[in-house]
Design a protein around this ligand. Structure first.
Ligand SMILES: Nc1ncnc2c1ncn2[C@@H]1O[C@H](COP(=O)(O)OP(=O)(O)O)[C@@H](O)[C@H]1O
Ligand SMILES: [Mg+2]
Length: 469
């Protein structure tokens, strides 16, 4: 054969062999002239068996001879031969208005099926991971666990339950330890979002510059030190759930504008991304600042404030609902992990005066401080009862200066109040003189020694337990 013709044939063969689809060519008589390796891979037909033979002899169902006859293209014809599954496009080869052959191009479906199966598996895996992720971000508290008979508090619980039925923002005010996060969790758990994540974010604890990237996430390469692959923001993580923005008063003015956008549009945009994503997140915000004052000072956006201030919960400090203290103490004793460390139960009550001290203390750290004090006292107690000397020193000491013992609760008679005062005076005096100096103590109290002993008995004071300091 002519050398240049030979070269040309080699060249076209190389072209056909490098195509990623299966190719089969027949001449004007329907005789197979050529198949490429991809055709063999897709259909399982080996070239030696088929080349030079009429196509129909091997493929009785083949439609390529029809294309040869009618000159019509056939597109997307489905074929299944044994385990081989593929689709074929067919076209006539036309030279000078004459059909000189036909070509079929096929794509494997086996692979498509394999890929789609793999995709399905990956989808299931993702769903499983999403469920695991949701369960990692569950809120633990419910309304049943909120203790308090205080009327103000009950009213707040009532409003919070109503809020839980909606997707509207909630704004919680209260000093540290008054139960802001507890309420946020209870609202989430009482809402239709309970199976979805509850994501708490302390806006004061995250450095100002980091907070935006934590909340909104970022795209790869959007700033130095940005993680490869970018990072998902907490809003995205909380999608379909609730985000709890604690200490919202500490959020920067710029970031407040972005938060407002989330509230108004339901969209977030990662830092460095051009596209926005739809998100559906319930926002509960909390603060112990006076937000109105921050608005007046121009440090908190007025528009954001009104947007958040739909349901407003103002939690009272513990010192304004002292009548709830005994029940709180009781519940903390029952649930304290310290109390069940070694066997079934250890401490189960608080001695009378000690309870009064606890009830009259000012609790600047509110319920959290009370809970910690009880844990501490359980640790320090020797028997079943918590006594004065088991309390943290600061609390035990504060009793002398607190005028609250003299405040008459509605339920007590004058006699009871006087008894309390007498009892407190005796304890204080015994402490001052030490339990070995009862004669001195009696003198200071204006009692005879016998009267003092009677009173000690009456008030069930175990004088040996009163410290000598
Ligand atoms: N009304 C309440 N009943 C029971 N536990 C409470 C109550 N209020 C607060 N607590 C407990 O006190 C601690 C502090 O509450 P938290 O919600 O973290 O306060 P805040 O977020 O306001 O600082 C938690 O352990 C919480 O369970
Ligand atoms: Mg908190």
């Amino acid at each position: 054969m002519d050398r240049s013709l030979q070269n040309q044939i080699e060249w076209w063969k190389a072209v056909l062999y490098s195509i990623n689809d299966g190719v089969l060519v027949i001449d004007h008589q329907g005789i197979v002239q050529m198949v490429n390796p991809e055709y063999t891979r897709i259909t399982g037909v080996i070239p030696e068996k088929i080349i030079g033979k009429p196509l129909r002899q091997f493929r009785p169902g083949a439609q390529l001879p029809d294309t040869l006859r009618d000159g019509k293209c056939r597109v997307g014809v489905y074929r299944k031969e044994g385990e081989h599954e593929y689709v074929v496009d067919m076209a006539p080869i036309v030279v000078h208005d004459e059909i000189i052959g036909a070509v079929s191009v096929c794509k494997s479906l086996t692979e498509v099926h394999k890929l789609s199966k793999e995709l399905q598996k990956k989808k299931e895996k993702i769903q499983q991971l999403e469920r695991t992720m949701d369960s990692l971000h569950q809120a633990k508290y419910t309304f049943d666990q909120i203790i308090g008979k205080d009327r103000g508090l009950k009213q707040i619980v009532h409003i919070a339950k109503r809020a839980a039925e909606t997707h509207l923002p909630v704004l919680i005010f209260g000093e540290s330890g008054t139960g802001k996060e507890l309420f946020a969790q209870a609202i989430h758990n009482n809402s239709s979002r309970r199976e979805r994540p509850f994501i708490p974010v302390n806006c004061a604890a995250i450095p100002l510059l980091l907070l935006e990237s934590e909340l909104f996430g970022y795209e790869e390469g959007s700033f130095t030190n940005a993680k490869k692959g970018g990072k998902m923001g907490l809003f995205e993580l909380a999608n379909h759930g609730t985000i709890f923005l604690d200490e919202i008063g500490d959020m920067s003015y710029d970031l407040q504008a972005k938060l407002l956008r989330v509230l108004q549009e339901g969209k977030v945009r990662r830092i460095g991304d051009t596209k926005e994503q739809d998100i559906d997140v319930r926002i509960i915000a909390a603060t112990n600042h006076d937000l109105e004052q921050l608005v007046a000072k121009g440090r908190f956006r007025e528009d954001l404030f009104y947007r958040l201030n739909v349901f407003r919960l103002q939690l009272p400090p513990l010192r304004e609902r002292r009548e709830d203290i005994p029940e709180l103490i009781d519940s903390f004793i029952r649930s304290s992990p310290v109390n069940t460390l070694d066997g079934p139960r250890l401490v189960d009550s608080v001695e009378g005066v000690t309870l009064q001290v606890l009830q009259s203390y000012d609790w600047p750290g509110n319920v959290r401080e009370l809970k910690n004090a009880i844990d501490y006292a359980i640790c320090m107690a020797d028997g079943r009862e918590i006594d004065l000397q088991h309390l943290p020193v600061l609390i035990a000491k504060a009793k002398q200066t607190s005028p609250d013992l003299l405040r008459k609760p509605d339920s007590q008679t004058v006699r009871e109040v006087l008894d309390e005062v007498e009892r407190k005076l005796i304890i204080d005096t015994l402490e001052r003189f030490g339990s070995d100096e009862k004669r001195e103590a009696a003198k200071a109290l204006g009692f005879s020694l016998a009267t003092l002993y009677n009173k000690i008995k009456k008030y069930k004071l175990d004088s040996s337990k009163i410290p000598n300091d």
